[in-house]
Design a protein around this ligand. Structure first.
Ligand code: 16G
Length: 252
């Protein structure tokens, strides 16, 4: 990314500046220096770093959006188009979002949407085997990989396991591990859904866009439920991959 700015001044050449900037960014994407879903520097940083006006930057980015090289998401910035190369998550290993992204060399960040200690709802109590009146931590986050929004996750964890939502820094599973209650097994339901206007705005896509709705209930080593998480994953950015084997070990 900074390589784009460090590459410094635009190469000398003929033609309008915005077209030369467009070629510079397109070249970085084609060379793999910028990867799908990488965030581009802000308009201001590009303008200052390259010594051009913001109007020039805006014209270049508009051209690249038209070519399908980058995507602009309201309130989030400009990203290398990622829809042709989706992230894949295996379905047979119990991993956290942070671990999933780390194995792909991507950095996880989260925007906090809610961090609260509240009474359990009846539906949550059923999943988590709690009693009415018990307390739960609610951790709602917009999860990003290298800056690009990928999923909205709404986790609910019994207060007996996570007494204070402030204990979660970057990773919920890391906080649960610290109290010795890392999940070891999970049940997960995946269904198709459409994003509400609010969810779509957070994920930077059009309202009504298709998403993967996932509900995960996970359990600790003693079989006690420790987490109920409902997530919306961007359908254009994520593939879930399952490995299937013949049941019974016989031949067909
Ligand atoms: C995954 C889990 C989610 C869990 C989160 C913890 C799915 C569909 N969901 O995203 O249930 O709460 O990881 O991630 O895979 P963290 O430790 O990075 O906060």
């Amino acid at each position: 990314m900074s390589a784009l700015l460090k590459a410094g001044a635009l190469p000398e050449g003929q033609g309008p500046l915005y077209l030369r900037l467009q070629a510079l960014i397109r070249g970085a994407v084609e060379a793999g220096d910028l990867k799908p879903m990488d965030a581009l520097p802000s308009e201001r940083d590009l303008a200052e770093g390259l010594g051009v006006s913001r109007v020039t930057v805006r014209k270049a980015l508009t051209g690249l959006v038209g070519e399908g090289v980058v995507e602009q998401r309201q309130g989030s910035g400009t990203f290398v188009a990622g829809s042709r190369r989706k992230l894949q998550q295996g379905l047979s290993h119990l991993t956290s979002f942070t671990e999933d992204m780390a194995t792909r060399g991507r950095r996880t960040t989260s925007d906090w949407l809610l961090r609260a200690l509240e009474r359990v709802t009846p539906a949550e109590a059923m999943h988590l085997a709690l009693s009415p009146g018990d307390l739960v931590c609610r951790i709602h986050r917009l999860r990003r990989a290298d800056g690009a929004p990928l999923a909205i996750e709404r986790a609910c964890v019994p207060a007996a396991i996570l007494p204070d939502p402030g204990l979660v820094a970057d990773s919920l599973y890391a906080a649960m591990s610290a109290s010795g209650r890392h999940p070891v097994r999970a049940l997960q339901r995946i269904s198709a859904g459409n994003l509400s206007a609010d969810e779509a705005a957070l994920l930077g896509v059009a309202p009504g866009t298709a998403a993967l709705s996932i509900t995960r209930v996970s359990f600790d080593a003693e079989g006690r439920p420790v987490e109920l998480t409902q997530s919306q994953y961007r359908g254009d950015a994520y593939d879930f991959v399952a490995e299937l084997t013949l049941s019974g070990g016989g031949t067909p």
